[in-house]
Design a protein around this ligand. Structure first.
Ligand code: ATP
Length: 420
């Protein structure tokens, strides 16, 4: 079959790498793609958020199946446009994608489903929000309601931080995403990510992961889009995973179906685990980046069969063929990230790393200049490896990092520390 993947980061490189290994895949196109993806698939210039443009492209290129990587095209209704045109698509409708694009919507759905999450209140007025924060006290969490690329959340340890956060959000720092504010009870515990596929009805777990948000070793420095990840996450034990399915994920999915907006695609549940109890922090309606890289490395070619089963409503008969393995990915970023960084530095040593089904460098922000590979973004490479143990996966990943010659880049040296 002919397959189109929308997106152009490390997540989409990992999806392309896994899908390409499946003999069902004939032609693979990624839009917009990147320099690493170009080595294994065709890249197409296309606006992934424009439903009409994506549909027209699919019709011209006889695309049989579309996999949507990032959240923005989903929130923009691209999956609806594709399904409306009779094109098979992996990814939720715009209405179901509100589980990521609106925090208050998610809270309402969780309350209706009885899914455990932090206590919350919603405000569209600054003074009322401030009065609530003063009454509740710190620590407390203040969030812009809409999508703000992970920057609209203030985990306030003091009252002053919470009040300043409200001023910032209502002051317009996040535009329309901050027209409403959700104020949440602070949850303590350890965070982990739980990934399931959903076909509208059936929920199929496909793995757990933990990421590393801070830029520096030992979880220090500013927040980033993620500096590394590993799978599985030991804190999300089989018992906790079962509990999260029973109390959180399945009830939420049943509530979405009851509302007439069943969910189809991957659902990424961010969980907070404390004393053997899991509560929901947030849902995302797409794979995490870089969590997708470790999941795809573990799933390999069967990923395509699973995504197809979700899109075609056949998850009840689908099975994951688990290898009892571990995968770990180290993000290499341009010096200066997450602050200002330079673009255009050359990355050498990528050839001859001996990439195979146990070790791959997925490209995030790269650009080809003839035969040279140049850094083109903040997070640039995802050096990913798999092993019988996490320690083995970690050693393999860092051996590749050390073989890459890129003075303009850096990485954390402690990815996986929580589990090791
Ligand atoms: P991202 O895209 O980075 O996941 P987001 O904008 O979708 O962020 P959330 O996931 O809701 O926002 O919050 C970001 C982070 O803030 C969480 O990963 C968690 O560490 C912390 N956080 C959010 N809500 C709470 C809470 N109620 N208690 C404690 N920590 C929280």
């Amino acid at each position: 079959m002919n397959i189109l993947i929308l997106g152009g980061g490390g997540r989409e490189h990992a999806l392309a790498w896994a899908i390409k290994q499946n003999p069902k895949c004939d032609r693979l196109i990624v839009a917009p793609g990147n320099a690493g993806i170009a080595a294994i698939a065709e890249c197409a210039a296309l606006n992934p958020e424009d439903g009409a443009e994506v549909v027209a492209f699919c019709e011209e290129n006889a695309i049989d199946f579309v996999v949507v990587g990032p959240e923005a095209p989903l929130a923009a209704g691209v999956a609806d446009a594709l399904r409306g045109a009779g094109i098979l698509c992996f990814g939720p409708s715009a209405e179901a994608a509100r589980l990521e694009s609106s925090k208050s919507f998610t809270k309402e759905v969780c309350d209706a489903a009885g899914a455990p999450t932090a206590g919350w209140a919603r405000f569209s007025d600054l003074e009322a929000a401030k009065a609530h924060v003063r009454a509740q006290g710190a620590p407390i969490v203040v969030k812009a309601d809409g999508l703000a690329a992970g920057k609209g959340v203030i985990v306030a340890m003091t009252l002053d931080e919470a009040l300043a956060g409200l001023d910032e959000i209502f002051g317009g720092a996040f535009g329309a995403a901050g027209a409403e504010v959700v104020i949440e009870e602070f949850m303590a515990g350890e965070e982990a990510s739980f990934f399931v596929l959903v076909d509208g009805e059936t929920v199929l777990p496909i793995g757990t992961a933990q990421d590393h948000k801070r830029v520096g070793d030992g979880d220090t420095g500013p927040n980033t889009g993620g500096m590394g990840a590993y799978s599985p996450a030991p804190v999300l034990s089989p018992e906790i995973a079962e509990q999260a399915l029973d109390r959180i994920v399945r009830p939420t999915m049943a509530e979405m179906a009851r509302r007439g907006t069943p969910y189809q695609g991957v659902l990424y549940a961010g969980l907070m685990i404390e004393n053997g109890v899991a509560r929901l922090v947030e849902y995302n309606v797409r794979f995490g980046d870089p969590e997708c890289q470790v999941l795809m490395m573990r799933l390999g070619a069967q990923a395509l069969d699973l995504l197809l089963a979700a899109a075609e409503g056949r998850l009840a008969e689908a099975r994951v063929n688990w290898a009892e393995d571990h995968a770990l990915t180290v993000v290499m970023a341009a010096r200066g990230y997450p602050g200002a960084y330079e673009k255009g530095s050359e990355i050498k040593g990528l050839d001859g790393l001996g990439e195979d089904s146990f070790a791959m460098v997925f490209h995030a922000g790269t650009r080809a200049d003839g035969a040279r590979i140049l850094a083109q973004g903040g997070r640039v490479l995802n050096v990913t490896a798999r092993g019988a143990t996490l320690a083995e996966a970690q050693a393999r990943a860092y051996a590749m990092v050390d073989a890459i010659d890129w003075p303009g880049g850096f990485c954390r040296r402690d990815i996986g520390w929580r589990a090791l």
